[in-house]
Ligand binder design. Structure first.
Ligand SMILES: NC(=O)c1ccc[n+]([C@@H]2O[C@H](COP(=O)([O-])OP(=O)(O)OC[C@H]3O[C@@H](n4cnc5c(N)ncnc54)[C@H](O)[C@@H]3O)[C@@H](O)[C@H]2O)c1
Length: 414
């Protein structure tokens, strides 16, 4: 990690985050009593943030032997990495801004601990275990995956018949993607853009590319700031939903010349390309909040630019041959985790409650599972929602016996 001296600040920030993670705290209490992960080696590749520290502490309380590396070179919080090592005794390999070689070397260090469970955010560790580090794969009994992009990659491995062990797709839990991807990414993406640029959002044309869980959140929060939001989609149903939610829907070709701020949230490759940069107005800002920085064709932007310079910490100015400037934020990496602090802990509480319970589920059930990608069991999802509501002091009704009977019956009418 960068500097052990940062640990005290990291501890304070972790404690602050954990104040909004009551569900994870309950799980940690139970784990400490029951020790369901006793002696299990878990190799985690997650964004090294305050919330992840809460998860690491929970898994360690359950008896797991943890090793952690970053799932993105820019998302590490160095004080958290220091606190994990110095205060909580968790092996952590991550430095904010690490280069590509260091990033992969850190992942190798986690694999060197010979994990029995992998915990990925983007399937990078699984990818290595299925290629150059296949030597370490036989000892893995199962894994979990945090994000949409990772789940897509794992499902394609399953379909090709190459997946070597079962995975629980944490992203597919309702208590994960409905809240983390939508409200977490929505708020923190705007936060990242604002921290990076200090630009006013009100009155700007904000172009949101992709109207999935993340895109919906970004569009909703940009609208809340007073932006004129344009949504781009390839799925007609989602495009229709965006239109009915009150957003203008168009193509990238139509949006490129009018947008002030572009945010990609598709999980796809090159959704903003050379021809789009060439059409953008002077001062256009381009950011990505999808998992990988391939959503924006950065080499095409570099090819079009006659010069480039760093004008603020996360803002790079590309000057095109006719003098127009296009600004790329955070090298096209997830803006919310690069320029801001990622999702607020209140939503990560549910995402990481899913991770902790999925790890426990995997330890109990791995031998019975096939080499497939599994959803989080419904009872886990429902229990997390119940605990979260309880922690918010919200009670809900239960069905009466008459209602249960009515819903099960096909013969009762008006
Ligand atoms: N920034 C974060 O902290 C964070 C959090 C969660 C997920 N993610 C990542 O964000 C990405 C999106 O996740 P999601 O859960 O919203 O996925 P999703 O599948 O719900 O939505 C993606 C949407 O993008 C659309 N799309 C695909 N290609 C497109 C194109 N060329 N033009 C326009 N639209 C296109 C799809 O039709 C879909 O509606 C993934 O990479 C995911 O891993 C990031």
């Amino acid at each position: 990690m960068k500097d052990l001296g940062l640990a005290p600040t990291g501890v304070l920030r972790i404690e602050w985050a954990e104040k909004e993670m009551p569900v994870l705290a309950l799980i940690r209490e139970r784990f400490a009593k029951e020790r369901p992960l006793e002696g299990v080696r878990i190799g985690a590749c997650l964004h090294v943030t305050t919330e992840t520290a809460g998860l690491m502490r929970t898994l360690a309380a359950g008896g797991a032997e943890m090793a952690l590396c970053a799932s993105n070179p820019l998302s590490t919080q160095d004080d958290v990495a220091a606190a994990l090592v110095a205060e909580y005794g968790i092996s952590t390999f991550a430095i904010k801004g690490e280069d590509r070689d260091t990033y992969y070397r850190h992942m190798q260090s986690v694999i060197d601990t010979l994990p029995q469970i992998t915990m990925d955010d983007g399937a990078d560790v699984v990818g290595l275990l299925h290629s150059e580090r296949s030597d370490a794969a036989p000892g893995v009994i199962g894994g979990t995956e945090e994000t949409t992009t990772g789940v897509i990659r794992l499902k394609s491995m399953e379909q090709e018949g190459v997946l070597r062990y079962p995975i629980v797709a944490v992203n597919e839990a309702m208590t994960k993607h409905m809240f983390d991807n939508r409200y977490g990414t929505g708020q923190s993406t705007l936060d990242g853009i604002i921290r990076a640029t200090n630009r006013l959002i009100a009155s700007k044309i904000v172009v949101v590319v992709g109207y999935g869980w993340c895109g919906r959140g970004v569009a909703m929060r940009a609208k809340g700031h007073g932006a004129d939001v344009v949504v781009l989609e390839v799925d007609p149903l989602r495009a229709l939903e965006a239109a009915m939610d009150g957003f203008r829907v168009m193509t990238m070709e139509q949006a490129a010349p009018i947008g002030d701020i572009f945010v990609t949230a598709t999980g796809n490759i090159h959704v903003i390309r050379g021809e789009h940069f060439a059409a953008m107005k002077d001062g256009a800002i381009v950011a990505n909040t999808g998992h990988f920085n391939v959503e924006i064709d950065i080499p095409a932007l570099e090819g079009l630019a006659s010069s480039r310079r760093q004008v603020r910490e996360y803002v790079e100015e590309f000057t095109l041959s006719d003098g127009r400037n296009v600004y790329l934020l955070a090298e096209g990496r997830l803006i919310n985790l690069s320029a801001a602090e990622g999702h607020p802990s209140a939503v990560m509480d549910m995402s990481f409650a899913n991770q902790a319970l999925a790890a426990e589920y995997m330890v109990k059930n791995a031998t019975k599972l096939e080499k497939r990608v599994y959803d989080v069991p419904d009872d886990i999802d429902t229990e997390i929602a119940r605990l979260k509501l309880a922690s918010m002091g919200a009670d809900i009704d239960t069905l009466t016996a008459e209602q249960v009977e009515y819903l099960a019956s096909w013969s009762m009418g008006t």
